[in-house]
Each structure stands twice: as structure tokens, then as C-alpha cells.
Write a protein that binds this ligand. Structure first.
Ligand code: SF4
Length: 222
């Protein structure tokens, strides 16, 4: 049995501009304190799995009404049955968007080469120098490699969750400068969501407003 962590039948936000179903996979190898999916990160908080047998019939039935499937996490590239799951979805003819924290570039490359994934959204959380201290990620150069794959192939986008007080204009500008291939089309900012954070201290922070995100999105390029 392929045991997924969760399934959302319909989303209008997880694949911008598309109507998509969403599969959630666990675990995760990072520990972003502002993570709003701790149930996919902390094993003590894992809930009952959703068997793929409960998911595929829905996708088969509604594939004509869906633009695709978003595979997200947690960190999907850690999921042992990812390739098998994607092969089953591929047989249905559904396009797939993979969300990743970027820690497994060789797998992302292979999945793109095998056309099991159509587009990739890779998280770029912080300047690479801060990854180990702030999100407990020891090999940030692997994230950089995944970002380079996405930028070189033009097969997706890079995104940063803006945490108030941390992601200042200066910090975001530093991040943008580190990857000359980033531009206003392939780099997106998204607001932090308080309420269910991995580190409860972050729940007291206000979410960035749409206006703030828009302002920052313009300012980091000037
Ligand atoms: S935000 Fe993503 S990468 Fe960070 S801990 Fe949560 S699921 Fe993992």
C-alpha cells in the first residue's frame, strides 16, 4: 500500500492559475520554525495515512475536470514510494506539480527527465548561509543545485515564504543576488501563515498582508 499523509480533492491556490487536487507526503528533513504543516514534519504528530487506493479512483473519475495534481509535503522527495506514486498518476494523464524544499536535486532531475513531473516549485527559505542555523538543514548547496535545475530548465519557479521581521527587503535582495537567473517571472513571495506553526512562538507574528508582499516583490528588484 502506498500510504500518503493526506489528500485534498480540490485546490485553487496550490498551483497558481490551475484547478488541482493535492497529495500531501511526509516526512520532512528540515525544521522551519514557521512551518504551518507540523503534522507532516514531527512524527509524534502524524495522523492516520490515506491509502493511494482512496485517491486514484477520484483522480481517474475527475481527471477531465482537473488541470493536474500537486504533490507537496512535508518533503515529497523523502517519500519512499514517490516514483511509484508518480508513475500511477502519469498513467492517468494528469500533469504533476512537485513542491520541494530542494534537498534532493538528483531525484528532481531524474523525475523531470522521466517526465513524471511537469513543473517544480522549489522553496528558497533564506540566504544559504542561514539554512543550518534557522531551518536545521546541513547541506544548503543541494538546495542551490535544485534551484539551478529549475532555473536552467525553465521548468517551474522559486518561492520564499515571507516571515515578518526576518525576511526584510535587504535579506530578500541578498537572496535574489545569489541567483542571477531569478527574475520577476520565476521568483515568488508568499505570506507566512500563523496559527499552527512548528514553533508555537511564531504563532504570535502577524501574517504579511497582500499589499506588503506586493511592495516587497517590487522593491527587491530595484
Ligand atoms: S516548511 Fe516545508 S521544508 Fe520547512 S519544515 Fe515545513 S514541510 Fe519541511
Amino acid at each position: 500500500m502506498i500510504a500518503c499523509a493526506g489528500f485534498n480533492k480540490l485546490s485553487l491556490v496550490d498551483w497558481p492559475g490551475k484547478v488541482a487536487a493535492v497529495v500531501f507526503l511526509r516526512p520532512c528533513n528540515f525544521r522551519c520554525p514557521w512551518c504551518h504543516n507540523p503534522d507532516l514534519v514531527e512524527p509524534s504528530r502524524f495522523t492516520a495515512p490515506v491509502p493511494v487506493e482512496n485517491i486514484l479512483p477520484y483522480l481517474r473519475r475527475y481527471r477531465g475536470m482537473l488541470d493536474g495534481l500537486v504533490v507537496t509535503g512535508g518533503e515529497p522527495t523523502l517519500f519512499p514510494d514517490l516514483t511509484l506514486l508518480l508513475s500511477l498518476v502519469h498513467e492517468l494523464g494528469l500533469p504533476v506539480k512537485l513542491d520541494t524544499n530542494g534537498s534532493h536535486p538528483e531525484l528532481v532531475r531524474r523525475l523531470l527527465d522521466e517526465r513524471l513531473v511537469d513543473t517544480v516549485a522549489v522553496d528558497y527559505k533564506l540566504p544559504l548561509r542561514l539554512y543550518e542555523d534557522l531551518v536545521n538543514a546541513r547541506n544548503p548547496e543541494r538546495v542551490a543545485e535544485t534551484i539551478d535545475i529549475v532555473l536552467d530548465r525553465g521548468c517551474g519557479h522559486v518561492r520564499t515564504t515571507v516571515v515578518p521581521g526576518l525576511h526584510t527587503r535587504e535579506l530578500l535582495a541578498e537572496m535574489v543576488r545569489a541567483f542571477p537567473g531569478l527574475n520577476q517571472n520565476n521568483y515568488r513571495l508568499q505570506p507566512f501563515r500563523p496559527g499552527n506553526c512548528l514553533d508555537p512562538k511564531y504563532n504570535g507574528l502577524p501574517p504579511a498582508t497582500a499589499a506588503e508582499i506586493e511592495r516587497l516583490s517590487k522593491e527587491i528588484w530595484t
